[in-house]
Design a protein around this ligand. Structure first.
Ligand SMILES: Cc1ncc(COP(=O)(O)O)c(C=O)c1O
Ligand SMILES: [Zn+2]
Length: 374
């Protein structure tokens, strides 16, 4: 592990999630991709075994998750590949990060973790903690969708509902994280070692090829940075020629990264977030904000921001095609619809359904109720 601030390096066996200097830690893994071995393994994310930094097989905590279907979906007359990550065991792609991070936690011999989340990462950490017999304490904003709250409690985690904004929740967990291991999806570098498998699966499912463009919803950027790491490792290993163009999708109501990119800012600006249906990407102060903007730039990509009305339209549209996703996932679809207006008709585009609709029943009922009135 390498500190992004002071360059100090640490062994993978140290029980730390940030540098003593306060800096974010990054991980560099020399991944290999032995295709014949990969193909012979079960269809789950652990098939990319040589790329996942958990040494002890017996410490792996897995529900055989991953290798989600990559299906063509017709949007505004164009065929776009959509990865069905709402079909994970806990109903969101966060299981990718949780499986690898919690396996590492097990390997390190840690018996208790804390995590804060807008809901889905908390669900995933709670479920994998339950499977691995590790105690977990999950901090969430008290406005989180009830479906996610119930799920966290059902897994036996201690649920801490924090009044106020998502940032208030992040501040509340900080004290707890000074004594217990912080299984954070934004700070902990092992989480990204799991989300990078999204890139490997897309590459394999497209016939061992990278797409031209990917569009992903971005709050803390765990999927976007994971995809960047994953495609970066494939490039390094000579498996692909280029990292796909990465387009980050934010909500107009909370778009600090889109603004930093658009205005060429060196720092992520302080913004006044407004409430949004896309609760999963309502992150006003993303811990890895600068890294995310940098990754998007390096890939030759950009950011898009979507209005609430576009999220609602995308949610209704996907539902009518038989896909039931939560509003945050619909925000990415809204981003795809925007992007298609000016895209090259020949390019291969991949996006994702990040979270299941059953997690956000109240919000979806409201959206459907509004459309019934029109
Ligand atoms: C359904 C869903 N989609 C997308 C995201 C965005 O992920 P990130 O904040 O890591 O960018 C989240 C985060 O909670 C989510 O729950
Ligand atoms: Zn440091």
């Amino acid at each position: 592990m390498l500190c992004t601030k002071c360059n100090r390096s640490f062994s993978l066996t140290e029980k730390i999630w940030k540098c003593p200097c306060g800096g974010l830690l990054d991980l560099e893994v020399q991944s290999t991709f032995p295709i014949e071995k990969i193909e012979a393994r079960k269809p789950n994310l652990w098939r990319y075994r040589e790329a996942l930094p958990v040494a002890k097989e017996e410490c792996i905590i897995s529900f055989e998750e991953g290798f989600t279907p990559l299906v063509p979906v017709e949007l505004d007359g164009r065929s776009v590949w959509i990865k069905q990550d709402h079909l994970f065991p806990t109903g969101s792609y966060k299981d990718r990060g949780a499986s690898v991070l919690m396996s590492k936690v097990k390997e390190l011999g840690i018996s208790r973790v804390v995590e804060d989340s807008s809901g889905n990462a908390g669900c995933a950490i709670a479920a994998y903690s339950a499977k691995g017999r590790i105690q977990s304490e999950i901090y969430v904003p008290d406005s989180t969708s009830p479906g996610k709250l119930a799920q966290i409690e059902a897994y036996g985690a201690v649920l801490k509902k924090i009044p106020g904004s998502r940032e208030d929740t992040a501040r509340a967990v900080w004290d707890a994280a000074q004594k217990d291991y912080y299984a954070s999806h934004s700070w902990n570098p092992f989480f990204f070692q799991g989300t990078k498998t999204w890139a490997f699966e897309v590459w394999e499912q497209l016939g061992w090829k990278a797409p031209d463009t990917i569009l992903l919803p971005v709050g803390n950027g765990t999927l976007l940075l994971g995809a960047f790491i994953g495609f970066g490792e494939l490039l390094e290993a000579g498996m692909i020629r280029e990292i796909p163009r990465m387009i980050g999708v934010q909500s107009v109501h909370c778009a600090p990264l889109a603004r930093a990119f658009r205005e060429g800012l060196k720092e992520i600006p302080k913004i006044q977030p407004q409430e949004t249906l896309a609760e999963g990407i309502a992150i006003a102060e993303p811990v890895r904000g600068k890294q995310i903007v940098e990754a998007v730039k390096k890939s030759g990509g950009s950011f898009l921001s979507v209005q609430e009305e576009e999220v609602k339209r995308a949610l209704r549209l996907t539902g009518r095609m038989g896909f039931y996703v939560e509003p945050t996932a619909a925000a990415a679809v809204a981003g795809v619809l925007q992007y298609l207006k000016s895209s090259d008709p020949e390019e291969t585009i991949v996006s994702v359904f990040t979270g299941h609709g059953l997690k956000a029943t109240e919000k979806i009922l409201k959206i459907l109720g509004e459309s019934a009135k029109h």
